[in-house]
Design a protein around this ligand. Structure first.
Ligand SMILES: NC(=O)c1ccc[n+]([C@@H]2O[C@H](COP(=O)([O-])OP(=O)(O)OC[C@H]3O[C@@H](n4cnc5c(N)ncnc54)[C@H](OP(=O)(O)O)[C@@H]3O)[C@@H](O)[C@H]2O)c1
Length: 295
């Protein structure tokens, strides 16, 4: 297959690294900042100068951009990119976007006679690098069958959601991200309360470690315990706030109060106001500590 991959950020680069240099596929990459394409060029990927050039002749276009805005800056009715896209091509969107954006993308591709699949992923960049992500696919049935083997290069578990709108995959991703960030918030508050009451932090870490065997959650036990706030290859606060805003907006759209998410959004706003946007989203612990009068 001819695969075009747009967006080589932390997640995109890790996922695309599984596609480069495969004899059965040709990979074309594009990224807004050109420097991130260099490692791919060295491994034999074709580097496109523009996203339009990247999608020309592609069977599959994979996007791992940041948010609704960055995806819809390229994919809209009669856009240069849509005009360059083959009629039967597949668009697989890995970005965590709003369910409403997914609905718009599905309608756009139906109108164009191309095929749309939402494919949000669970797991941090190191998990993507190890090829062990969990992924949900929803959208065009024939496209899902064709791209599942491609997703399996970077995802250990690919769950196909049949006979539902593409946006259900995005809604499911938001529910699971809510669970993850709420778990981070509860552990952060426990660590903070424990410290104020004289409970050794390592005792709480020991318990959380036993209680949370799932790697996607367990990673945060050590991050919170050691106050390792560097995002590095992880999920930055700014992206986390984007996701919590998507949760709140989607909940509001269906009149579903999301009280804990409101508390977390407030903490993330405080973190962003303090200039912590590049730290890992688990740095919301630092706001709990600050409010509790800890260093
Ligand atoms: N990190 C995680 O743990 C994680 C886990 C699961 C899902 N996700 C989701 O995966 C997506 C990517 O996350 P990430 O951590 O890889 O973020 P990231 O490292 O910040 O990468 C974002 C990518 O989007 C591009 N981009 C941003 N704004 C753009 C614009 N206006 N026009 C064109 N390109 C634009 C960036 O290009 P530049 O390189 O030029 O900035 C980069 O390629 C997000 O939707 C995130 O919510 C992240």
């Amino acid at each position: 297959m001819n695969i075009a991959f747009l967006g080589l950020g932390k997640m995109g680069a890790a996922m695309a690294s599984h596609l480069v240099g495969r004899s059965e596929h040709t990979l074309t990459v594009w990224n807004r900042s050109v420097a991130k394409t260099e490692a791919f060029a060295m491994k034999g990927a074709r580097v496109a100068a523009t996203p339009i050039e990247a999608v020309q002749g592609a069977d599959v276009v994979i996007t791992s951009l940041l948010d609704d805005k960055s995806v819809e800056a390229l994919f809209y009715s009669d856009s240069p990119l849509m005009n360059a896209l083959r009629k039967d091509a597949i668009h697989l969107c890995l970005t965590t976007i709003s369910p409403k954006c997914a609905d718009r993308l599905q309608a756009l591709h139906q109108e164009h006679c191309s095929r749309y699949v939402s494919g949000p992923v669970i797991g941090r960049p190191n998990v993507a690098q190890a090829g062990k992500l969990m992924q949900f696919l929803a959208g065009d049935a024939s496209a899902m069958a064709e791209i599942t083997p491609i997703c399996e290069y970077f995802s250990e578990n690919v769950k196909v959601l049949a006979d539902v709108p593409a946006s259900v995959a995005n809604s499911q991703k938001l529910c699971l991200n809510f669970f993850a960030v709420a778990t981070i918030e509860v552990m952060a508050e426990c660590f903070t309360l424990g410290e104020k009451l004289g409970v050794p932090r390592e005792n709480l870490a020991f318990f959380f470690d036993k209680a949370l065997p799932a790697p996607a959650l367990n990673v945060y036990v050590q991050k919170l315990f050691s106050r390792d706030t560097q995002s590095g290859a992880g999920f930055a606060m700014v992206g986390g706030k984007k996701d919590v805003s998507l949760m709140l907006q989607s909940a509001s759209d269906v009149h579903c109060p999301l009280d804990i998410a409101t508390v977390i959004a407030n903490k993330m706003d405080s973190a962003l106001a303090l200039g912590l946007s590049d730290l890992d989203w688990s740095a919301i612990q630092e706001i709990s500590r600050k409010r509790a009068g800890l260093d």
